[in-house]
Design a protein around this ligand. Sequence first.
Ligand code: SF4
Length: 745
Amino acid sequence: MTDPAKTLCPYCGVGCGLEVLPPAQLNKPTHRDAAGTPLWQTRGDRAHPSSQGMVCVKGATVAESLDRDRLKYPMWRESLAAPFERVSWDVALDAIVERIQTVGETLGPDGLCVYGSGQFQTEDYYVAQKLVKGCLGTNNFDANSRLCMSSAVAGYIHSFGSDGPPCCYADLEATDCAFLIGTNTAECHPIVFNRLRKYHKRHDHVKLIVVDPRRTDTAKAADLHLAIRPGTDITLLNGIGHLLLRWGALDPEFIDGCTQGFAAYTEVLRHYEPERVAERCGITLADLETAARTWAKSKAVLSLWSMGLNQSSEGTAKVRTLINLHLMTGNVGRAGAGPFSLTGQPNAMGGREAGGLSHILPGYRLVKTADHRHQVEQFWGLPAGQISPTPGLAVGDMMLALEQHRVGLLWIAATNPAVSLPDLNRTKAALAQSPFTIYQDAYYPTETADFAHLLLPAAQWGEKTGTMTNSERVVTLCPAFRAPPGEARADWEIFAEVGRRLGFAHQFNFVTSAEVHREFAQLTQGQPCDMTGISHDRLAALGPIQWPCPDPETPATAATRHDKRLYTQGIFNTADGRARFAALHEKGLAEPPNDQYPFVLTTGRLYGHWHTQTRTGRIEKIQKMHPQPFLEINPRDAQQLQVQGGEWVEVRSPRGHVRLPLLVTQNIRRGTLFVPMHWGSLWADDAECNALTHPVVCPISGQPELKACAVQVIPLAKVDLAPATAIEALPEVTESSILSAVPSS
Ligand code: SF4
């Protein structure tokens, strides 16, 4: 038996270590699919510092998707109405090069748009930045991380002077109070939750506070659950700040020595009288005071958040308001303390390091900072002024540009915007306007492939070697352990080949991804995310390494310690070294409920599925776990609408509709509805939650408010359309069938 390959789970940002065993080594019926074909198998890697051998159902089953519905060859069609035909890589690459040149001459470089993914390895991201922002001269490279954590990035940058979560997972086991807001960690980051929950259970003094309009599995484990009205996070946080100020529960030394802007912040806090805050948030005064008292009494407070804060039209303001509480109490840069953003995608962090959003450059540099542009131009051997000083289009703006015929080429890779973007009917209409769309993915069919002219087969996880960084800044080498199917190629190889064919042979003379990583790591030298001490060789020899890691000679023992916190000296990455308070009031939902659309719809994830099901939809165990979408509704709302559990309803927003069976549950507050976001048109009819969501974004981060829109609910029997007979054939959704799919804590 050969040794298993050690790698990282390619799903969420927890970044669990996996060991992978090939099918040839397995001969048990459980290691075969329904057709009897032997399957690759994964198990937790006990040596991985982040997950310590733990793994959730997604990581445990991921290898089963490796050979399902793979795109193996480049495919081409003249128009969206025509069938795809197989073409050679030469034909495909020549077509891309010709199109890029034509668009450059007609629309200019900003007529090109590339939309990538947190599924990329860092090497894929880096080569794409060099091609798009460097050689092609447009910053129109954005990634699906825009939908996931760009508000966290903006919050860190504005409060601390640079991106980078300051905490590590060791803090989960060193805190006195875990304050979870806008995160269903038990389902969406299960192994982080497992670590926290074990510690919480073993230590009576440790408190767990969860802020969420839904009583999720995370909330059920809490000492205090604050089921606030959607959109009132800033009011709640300022209300806690008000009480801390009133009680003098501050860290004056930290405030005086390490921050700026406290006076303006206290002016804002004056307006957040606890009684009004409790009423506005829809919670009791006693619960608000308990939350504030727990902050005040705890020596170390660790806050965790994810999409619940980030996916908001005031996402950056929410993140900064949360960070304020850490600054006023000195809860940052210490064991068990700090504001910790949990990333969604497996390598969203690597994308941030490599400059994989339209306003940033590699090494935590900013497009709009002249010095940063010049450093990168020089490093890439490009003329001064080659990198545009204008931030590129975020993905939402790319859709607008498509509508306005300002895009000549759209290149989408490893993501599925025809399901995941808001205001989906309009998004699809915009995608259909694209004169030339390249879609580079490992799987076919997907919903986005319907909008492509050229399909490029991508090697995926396990078929290419590269690195990924998880939420706690730990970099893991993910080696190829099998050959890609057909003619699939690594994303970085595709970008590099296009670069060479465009005449940038010198810039793209990489032979291996280790060379790509070496160059990328050099570009991080002296930056907050300095990784000059990390290389493929060192990762292979030492195992995962946490950044910052500036010294290539760092001894193994030090390099593999995974508790390097940022800002331990209270010195931040701003010009004067001080963190910034933000004096911000709540603006509320971009689309509050009203007479016509009286409910707030919130969206989210289920334990087993991953995003738009491109992988998990192809794994039987997970399909059985979550067979169909549903709509969660409070029993009193259901009673008022005269509908019952299992009954089908139509949910309408000003932009579209879906049809779903009801799950009547006390776990959601009155006036709020919940629908999982995983179902696109490939997996169910009329169940795309983003048909309902609106496209308003946070003005600072560009992240859409996917978590809230106003909707109405109509029993299907009352809709002026005959219910399809297929609906009757679908299995009934019950609360127990949903809950049985959730991991017990
Ligand atoms: Fe993979 Fe995330 Fe599950 Fe870990 S918690 S196994 S990284 S999906």
